[in-house]
Ligand binder design. Structure first.
Ligand SMILES: [Zn+2]
Length: 304
């Protein structure tokens, strides 16, 4: 797995004053992050009671936001030999009905180990909180593309929810022109948020820029030559790439709390988190406005 980078504590204090301009409602973003990473959800391990509570919370939020559901339910159960999972899906119809972007973030984490709760605040309550804020934004601002919001289960067990989704999609997979995946988007301790995917689909690179002054957006971590620092196969977006669907994956570098029982809300600099959320919204807005079936070229990069 990826190496972690420790950043001097004083850098955290500097960012507190730089509030982002265009993030979703900051209070709600932080409230969703805090709620989902609280002990109450028992580390959200797939198949656990805590995981079911998390699926309920996300479904209630989808209903509050007014997302449409497939087959009258946001919850889509799946099972495999190991366990039963629940993907939470909702959507907003865009001006274009036949072009769909799947915006995803896994909500599961690794549960309780040796009596300790692994709350997975950064991994990945942060991604789910941004997913909800994007849903809220587009519910009020009709998008060009139809947007599916997918809180996947079973990522920690091998992208199980995402793989189930692409194998049993609620609509024709041919309509899906892009997956935008968020996994660990709060702990930009080095002041950097990364966007992977343009190595495989270079025409996506033009969207991966931001005006944010606090956090730098960097396109990368997707070249096979990088070895374990190539994040192409490291989260749910890989299930889409396996089906020839382009992806953009937002994530931060590993930190000292990665996959430990100290990945807690209290360890997150919320100002940095809000800036990361603002950057993601900025890029998604550009993609929604600029992307279309013609210019996604779903076939793989010639060289691969
Ligand atoms: Zn994760």
């Amino acid at each position: 797995m990826r190496r972690c980078l420790i950043i001097p504590f004083f850098l955290l204090a500097i960012s507190a004053s730089c509030q982002p301009k265009k993030a979703g409602k900051p209070d709600q973003l932080i409230a969703d992050l805090k709620e989902l990473s609280s002990d109450k959800y028992q580390g959200r391990k797939m198949g656990s009671a805590g995981s079911q509570m998390a699926a309920s919370y996300i479904s209630e939020r989808f209903a509050e936001i007014g997302l449409k559901s497939f087959n009258n339910s946001y919850r889509h159960k799946f099972s495999n030999l190991k366990a039963q999972g629940t993907n939470v899906l909702g959507y907003i119809e865009g001006k274009k009905k036949n072009e769909v972007i799947v915006i995803s973030a896994h909500f599961d984490h690794i549960g309780i180990i040796d009596g300790k709760i692994y709350n997975g605040a950064d991994d990945n309550a942060s991604g789910v909180a941004v997913l909800l804020s994007l849903a809220k934004y587009f519910a009020a601002h009709k998008p060009q593309q139809t947007l599916i919001f997918a809180a996947f289960d079973g990522e920690e067990a091998g992208f199980l929810g995402a793989r189930y989704f692409v194998a049993h999609p609620p609509l024709s997979l041919n309509k899906v022109i892009l997956n935008i995946n968020m996994d660990m988007v709060s702990r930009a301790d080095n002041g950097k948020l990364y966007a992977a995917g343009a190595y495989h689909y270079p025409n996506l690179k033009k969207y991966l820029t931001s005006t944010n002054k606090t956090i730098s957006l960097i396109a990368g971590h997707d070249d096979p030559k990088l070895g374990k620092n190539d994040w192409t196969k490291q989260s749910d977006h890989y299930a889409f790439l396996e089906k020839g669907i382009p992806f953009i994956y937002f994530g931060v570098e590993d930190h000292s709390d990665y996959h430990s029982n100290t990945d807690d809300f209290e360890r997150i600099d919320t100002s940095r988190f809000l800036n990361c959320a603002a950057i993601i919204q900025e890029v998604v807005l550009k993609i929604d406005a600029g992307l279309s079936l013609q210019n996604t070229f779903r076939e793989k990069l010639i060289s691969q």
